[in-house]
Ligand binder design. Structure first.
Ligand code: FAD
Ligand code: UDP
Length: 403
């Protein structure tokens, strides 16, 4: 098959060829690689870049999607607005190592993320902070101490905090929990917060000050020319070949390789031997509106359970793009579709452990990333995981090559 057709009938049709790495075509049959990397998202791209440029190994990267960058893929839509194909991706990290590493491949645009929640038409800051309480309940809490005392008066003590319901109820009480978390979580995960590990809602803090930023990390910025451009630069190396629109199963026997790095779903790799690992999916509805501004911030959350979407994102806030039109995305959670979120629950972790045991025994394959290690990781955590994995893996691969 011709690479140009594989690369992406789908993308070309919609006029977004600009976002794809220039096609190199299928490498000659019989080409040998030191490492085959499955997946061109953060996990796969970082592994490939390190293996190629630091360890000097020959790498083939294959992704079944017609583009690089995995879920962080962004591109110009038909109106020429830069959008994120798989929902809003906001970069933030406390790791200077991760930030410095990525800075080799992109300049940055400082961006601090702010989110409003739509509570029956009233837009209030999320995470819950002092302003949220004042606006929502028409209060006049003036200090951290006053807000703290207010929340304490509403909080319901929970002896052992185990679930995603416990985390919130113990801090802000049942009413605020129901207003901001219960409906949203039931939609997002298809289950009640009481059925989810506490780590899920723990991602969202509660504040008594008026800091209305979604994240407080040291480094908060967006790649100046977008994520996809950053990935293009990571993968642009003479030791790296990239094959897009091709599933691993189509190439594993075509190109011999000494080692495999797999960043897809681990249960799929092992043929679902122990059953399917549960993942939550989303449907993204992208729209362009003929107005400059659609909503007052990048993301508005819709916690009410009877509204099908969880949030609406307006990309121009994230990218800084100036354009007479604006593009937005609705996220509508669903059980069917691409695996986006591993579901943090004890029983799922137990099942993952069984697959992990197989992966340890397998030897010549390394699992990296959100799907392959079944962890609800942000982008920076995946980059950190990949850098650490490369450090551990490289010596043995280089040793093998010398032998
Ligand atoms: P992926 O990006 O999923 O890449 C895996 C790739 O492997 C995919 O492209 C897939 O096509 C390919 N693949 C799988 N199986 C095969 C196969 N058999 N053959 C060939 N290719 C295969 N993180 C943040 O830090 N900030 C955010 O704001 C943020 N927002 C998010 C919003 C949404 C809606 C979602 C879903 C995630 C968000 N994330 C965010 C998390 C972020 O997307 C992930 O941390 C990151 O993309 C994971 O990278 P990865 O390489 O592990 O996986
Ligand atoms: N959450 C919620 N209401 C909100 C925001 C978040 O209930 O307004 C819960 C929900 O369960 C969500 C989790 O907190 O899945 C983590 O939120 P985050 O914004 O980190 O989700 P992500 O961006 O990863 O989808």
């Amino acid at each position: 098959a011709e690479m140009s057709t594989l690369i992406s009938a789908e993308i070309e049709e919609r006029g977004r060829v600009e976002a794809v790495v220039s096609p190199t075509g299928w490498p000659d049959q019989g080409t040998h690689y030191d490492v085959m990397v499955v997946g061109a998202g953060f996990a796969g791209a970082v592994m490939a870049e390190r293996l190629a440029s630091q360890s000097g190994l020959r790498v083939l990267v294959v992704d079944r999607r017609p583009h690089i960058a995995g879920n962080a893929f962004d591109h110009l839509d038909q109106a020429g607005v830069l959008i994120h194909q798989y929902g809003p991706h906001i970069f933030h990290t406390n790791s200077a190592d991760v930030f410095d590493y990525l800075s080799q491949f992109t300049e940055w645009r400082p961006y601090e993320h702010r989110v409003l929640a739509d509570i029956d038409g009233k837009l209030v800051p999320m995470p819950i902070n002092r302003t949220t309480l004042n606006v929502l309940y028409d209060l006049d809490l003036k200090t951290d101490e006053e807000a703290e005392a207010y929340l304490e008066s509403r909080a319901e003590p929970v002896e052992v905090i185990k679930t995603s319901a416990d985390v919130v109820i113990s801090k802000v009480g049942r009413e605020l929990y129901e207003t901001f978390f219960q409906g949203y979580t039931r939609k997002q995960w298809g289950m009640d917060p009481s059925e989810l590990d506490k780590s899920v809602t723990s991602r969202v803090p509660t504040r008594t000050n008026t800091d209305d930023r979604y994240f407080t990390d040291t480094f908060q910025a967006m790649p100046l020319h977008g994520f996809t451009k950053m990935f293009e630069r990571m993968l642009d190396h003479p030791n790296i070949d990239v094959l897009l629109g091709v599933d691993y199963r189509q190439v594993r026997d075509v190109y011999s390789h000494d080692h495999l790095v797999f960043t897809g779903p681990i249960d799929e790799y092992f043929g679902f031997r122990y059953g399917k690992l549960p993942y939550r999916s989303l449907r993204f509805v992208h729209e362009t509106h003929d107005v400059e501004v659609f909503q007052p911030v990048a993301v508005v959350n819709y916690p009410r359970q009877d509204i099908p979407h969880t949030r609406i994102t307006e990309y121009k806030y994230l990218t800084g793009q100036v354009h007479p039109k604006t593009s937005i995305t609705y996220e509508i959670p669903s059980a069917e579709g691409d695996p986006y979120y591993p579901i943090p629950r004890d029983e799922n972790q137990q099942l993952f452990k069984k697959y992990e045991a197989l992966s340890v025994a397998a030897g010549d394959v390394t699992f990296v990333g959100r799907l392959a290690t079944y962890r609800y990781y942000n982008m920076d955590q995946v980059v950190g995981q990949a850098l650490a994995t490369h450090r551990k893996l490289a010596p043995s691969l280089l040793g093998k090559k010398e032998a």
